[in-house]
Design a protein around this ligand. Structure first.
Ligand SMILES: [Zn+2]
Length: 405
């Protein structure tokens, strides 16, 4: 399969950068912040937007599976011996079942789907610097609550050509939520990313990889592709802040995974995090190790050869074309044609945040919803427990995998 040229991805970003709001972030009011759900909390189901989003789902197509037991937002408990797992659930967390449209590998050999979850955080810019130096783009699966805290960082990620996917609003285990809560978790995260960047996300990763056929169908109907990660390619960086693993052990485990490359039939997707200083500390060395072994790091859209990495990619392209037309008929526009022919690099893009920023682009029926977003500087919260949940949940996955041997 021919990979998408990196310029295609960059072009999308360049188009987006022109149409994006570039909100005057420093001027965001408390009132604007308040339009979003509480950070790290399940959204209110009585909110009119949630009711609207729920009404748009064809519930006859959503499997009627029982909710998993869990202390929300923790990862759900897997039934002992898997006896309580419904056969038609295809519950990845507890039985490792993968649906045909789940994305867990890159099809092409040596392709490395590079993903970082749970951010943005105050450490994300340090990772961005490393990725920029390595001329690499990755997919960031962002948590809506963190986007509210670090909107400028999200803009920087987009500006530098990275791909943005969703990781829900509050990072709860999805299989333990009601149908309506699942919709609210995905859509509020989608909304805050859209409000900041003008991009409507198309890829998501369920927290803890906790997905079954009920969750998958809801996500599908919301326009999402579900991304997990390749077995054995979880970096386990999430255990470092808990001190249950050392940096050295993370590197040793990754080295072992790299040794399996010759046996692989395709590429891989790794799991890393940009939430904590410790996880970002190991990200650079892991990137160097993988590249040294011949892996080609890339974001998930390139990994699966998708030229339209967002739900509104086509719309953004059309707007870009429309914006170009008037200039094309003017003779005076001739000198301006030269820059347009240049390859688009992240450095060549229009800055996203301008001093006098425009309003959010009205790209679809969300016109009435669009407000600019919350300001930065909201106290970081909930993140420590988030990784603790990850640790618990992924430990359950590991035990589950062992039991299945
Ligand atoms: Zn996560």
């Amino acid at each position: 399969m021919r990979p998408i040229p990196i310029v295609s991805m960059t072009l999308v970003m360049a188009i987006a950068s022109i149409l994006m709001p570039g909100p005057a972030l420093a001027e965001m009011s408390k009132k604007q912040q308040a339009q979003y759900p509480e950070k790290d909390e399940l959204p209110d189901l009585n909110h009119p937007l949630v009711k609207k989003w729920v009404a748009e789902i064809d519930w006859s197509k959503v499997p009627k599976l029982p909710k998993a037991k869990a202390k929300i937002p923790d990862c759900p408990d897997c039934p002992k011996g898997k006896k309580g797992v419904p056969k038609d659930a295809c519950w990845w967390t507890c039985d490792g079942c993968v649906a045909p449209d789940d994305i867990e590998v890159c099809p092409r050999e040596k392709a490395w789907g590079l993903t970082y979850d749970d951010g943005p955080s105050e450490d994300t810019p340090r990772l961005l610097k490393k990725l920029h130096q390595a001329n690499v783009t990755s997919t960031f699966f962002v948590v809506g609550s963190r986007v509210l805290e670090y909107p400028e960082t999200l803009l920087q990620q987009v500006k530098e050509g990275h791909h943005i996917g969703l990781h829900t609003w509050s990072h709860a285990g999805m299989t333990s939520l009601t149908n309506e809560q699942i919709v609210a978790e995905i859509k509020w995260a989608e909304k805050v990313v859209f409000d900041v960047t003008g991009l409507r996300t198309k890829y998501w990763r369920p927290p803890y990889g906790d997905v079954d056929n009920r969750v998958r169908e809801i996500a599908r109907q919301l326009g999402y592709k579900t991304v997990i990660w390749t077995k054995e390619w979880d970096s386990n960086d999430w255990q470092i802040p808990d001190k249950t693993i050392t940096n050295k052990e993370v590197f040793r485990n990754f080295k072992w995974a790299l040794s399996t490359i010759p046996k692989l039939k395709g590429g891989v997707i790794t799991l890393e995090h940009d939430l904590f200083t410790q996880t970002v500390n190991v990200a650079g060395p892991l990137l160097d190790m993988g590249m040294k072994k011949g892996l080609e790091p890339m974001d998930i859209a390139r990994c699966v050869n998708d030229p339209e990495p967002y739900q509104n990619s086509a719309l953004l392209s059309q707007k870009k074309e429309a914006a170009k037309k008037p200039a094309a008929v003017k003779p005076a526009a001739k000198p301006a044609a030269a820059p347009a022919a240049k390859p688009l690099t992240p450095q060549a893009q229009t800055p996203l945040v301008t001093p006098k920023a425009a309003s959010v682009p009205k790209t679809d029926d969300d016109e009435a919803e669009n407000e600019t977003i919350a300001a930065k500087g909201i106290k970081k919260s909930g993140t420590a427990s988030q990784l603790a949940w990850s640790a618990t949940c992924l430990a359950i996955v590991a035990v589950s995998a062992l039991l299945s041997l």
